[in-house]
Design a protein around this ligand. Structure first.
Ligand code: UDP
Length: 236
């Protein structure tokens, strides 16, 4: 499958049309942004790592009954995916307090929750992805009640599968963001990526941060952290 015209360029990926209008090609870049695009930079080799990690985790989820947009890894940075209409909701699941949760509620990072939490935000860069609940999403007709139920059920299932798998590789899954899409027949599938850009990963022993927080907070060792996650999950 060959790339045709570029359909879209996002902060971390480009999307290209193909000869088959039910498929497109996602191409992962090394560009990094944080704080709604205010902080910009490059994380060398990130595109390759995020492509390979996302595909490994998408395969794992498919084996566990979660439908995804993944079709085939084409090269280091490029993956063939099913074309979907993205549901404009970012779904965040949390197992441990961190980031905006810790800030919003005035608590320290690292509180292990008895139950995972779920939250939605409206995927809208101009508005800064405002937090919303499912009633707001319904009122704005971003998704139907049935779609929201499906998205919630998949999100908690994804959390269980990923948490167990990552733990086997010495990684604690703190929190993560998911995006879902609709196939032409309306089926909801997992889309976008699952990577150190979109998840918080902590070393299970030392709690060292192995994710984009190293970039957001200028902690150094950004490339090494991405490499380490890749080494643990896929090997060198
Ligand atoms: N996240 C993301 N994209 C966003 C916002 C959050 O991928 O636009 C991920 C982030 O990497 C983290 C989780 O979602 O793993 C929860 O992020 P949080 O709400 O704590 O926001 P942040 O502290 O990143 O602003």
């Amino acid at each position: 499958m060959e790339k045709r015209e570029q359909m879209y360029e996002g902060k971390a990926k480009k999307v290209f049309a193909t000869d088959d209008d039910s498929l497109c090609i996602v191409s992962y870049k090394d560009d990094a942004t944080a704080f709604n695009g205010e902080k910009r930079g490059t994380i060398m080799g990130k595109g390759v790592i995020n492509n390979r990690l996302t595909n490994r985790l998408m395969r794992l989820l498919m084996e566990n009954g979660v439908p995804t947009h993944f079709v085939e890894e084409l090269s280091e940075r490029d993956t063939l995916v099913k074309r979907v209409k993205i549901v404009p909701l970012e779904v965040i699941i949390r197992n441990i307090s961190a980031g905006s949760f810790a800030k919003r509620y005035g608590v320290e990072e690292g509180i292990v929750f008895e139950q995972p939490t779920i939250e939605f935000s409206y995927k809208n860069d101009e508005l800064g992805d405002p937090l919303m609940n499912s009633y707001h999403a319904l009122a704005l007709k971003l998704a139907t009640a049935e779609e929201i139920e499906t998205i919630k059920a998949y999100s908690f299932k994804i959390n269980e599968v990923l948490k167990a798998f990552l733990l086997e590789h010495g990684i604690e899954l703190v929190d993560f963001k998911l995006e879902f899409g609709r196939l032409p027949d309306g089926t909801i599938v997992l889309a976008d990526e699952i990577s150190p850009d979109t998840c918080r990963f902590w070393d299970v022993e030392t709690h060292e941060k192995l994710d984009k927080d190293r970039f957001r907070r200028d902690l150094g060792g950004v490339e090494d952290a991405y490499q380490e996650v890749m080494r643990r999950i896929i090997g060198d």
